[in-house]
Design a protein around this ligand. Structure first.
Ligand code: DX5
Ligand code: ZN
Length: 234
């Protein structure tokens, strides 16, 4: 059975470490390490070398990792044709599948396919895509992922100009779909997180900040969790 995003606590910050910053020759150990360090889900960055100028991994890697973690697999599809691969990722063990609004497939078809597969549904928007673009789908999805860097690579700088976009989405969700959560991804760390949390982001993706943390992953995750009181009231 798939884990559903809506079953995870809605009243606190959730941390989703991006394994893009893990040691790819030792992924299972790194996934276990962040799970023991207290993270809430695992962020899997799938890139096809077409939608973004980088290539990572596909369903076989997700399937291999599945038996090493009980956590929700938060799968970020940075691929041009998500509809073509949705089933393969779902069968490999992805729980939440997030596709890009800028991909080539019709969003409503993708949402329908993911529901049929029993997955939670996320839609992601790149920095240049306005919040309005996702409005028509807000009632049907579990999560909006606001990219806070251009997708493709870990270790980039957080774009503070995405804060108003998160605030706008948060305001809208309050009336139209309060259960839908906002995730942010790119350059999130102890310094950049507070402002975007105040704007309404409650799921934080962090690659560098968790896997390369000076004081270790557990401390980094604890710090991000400690910002829960900054969340605006729904
Ligand atoms: C970027 C990816 C991110 C990335 C985040 O395209 O979607 O998940 O790995 O890495 P950091 O936290 O290092 O910016
Ligand atoms: Zn990502």
């Amino acid at each position: 059975m798939k884990q559903q995003l809506k079953e995870l606590p809605a009243d606190r910050i959730l941390v989703s470490p991006s394994i893009l910053s893990a040691d790819f020759s030792n992924l299972a150990a790194d996934v276990r390490m962040v799970e023991e360090a207290g993270c809430d889900m695992i962020h899997l960055d799938v890139m096809d070398g077409h939608f973004v100028p980088n290539i990572t991994f596909g369903p076989p890697v997700v399937k291999s990792l599945r038996r090493h973690s009980k956590l929700l697999f938060d799968t970020h599809l940075m691929i041009s044709r998500p509809l073509r691969y949705a089933k393969a990722f779902a069968e490999a063990g992805a729980d939440l599948l997030t596709f890009h609004l800028e991909s080539e497939d019709p969003p409503s078809e993708m949402i329908r396919a993911l529901r049929e597969l029993g997955c939670s549904v996320g839609i992601s928007i790149k920095p240049k895509t306005p919040a309005e673009a996702v409005f028509p789908y807000l009632k049907e999805i579990d999560m909006v992922l606001v990219m806070t860097v251009e997708p493709g690579f870990g270790g980039q700088s957080f774009m503070a100009d995405m804060i108003p976009k998160v605030a706008e989405l948060h305001t809208l969700l309050r009336t139209h779909n309060p259960a839908c959560r906002i995730q942010v991804d790119g350059g999130i760390d102890a310094k950049t997180a507070p402002e975007i949390i105040r704007a309404g982001a409650s799921i934080l993706v962090a690659g560098t900040a968790v896997f390369r943390a000076e004081k270790g992953a557990a401390e980094a995750i604890r710090t991000l969790h400690s910002y829960t009181p900054l969340l605006p009231l729904r």
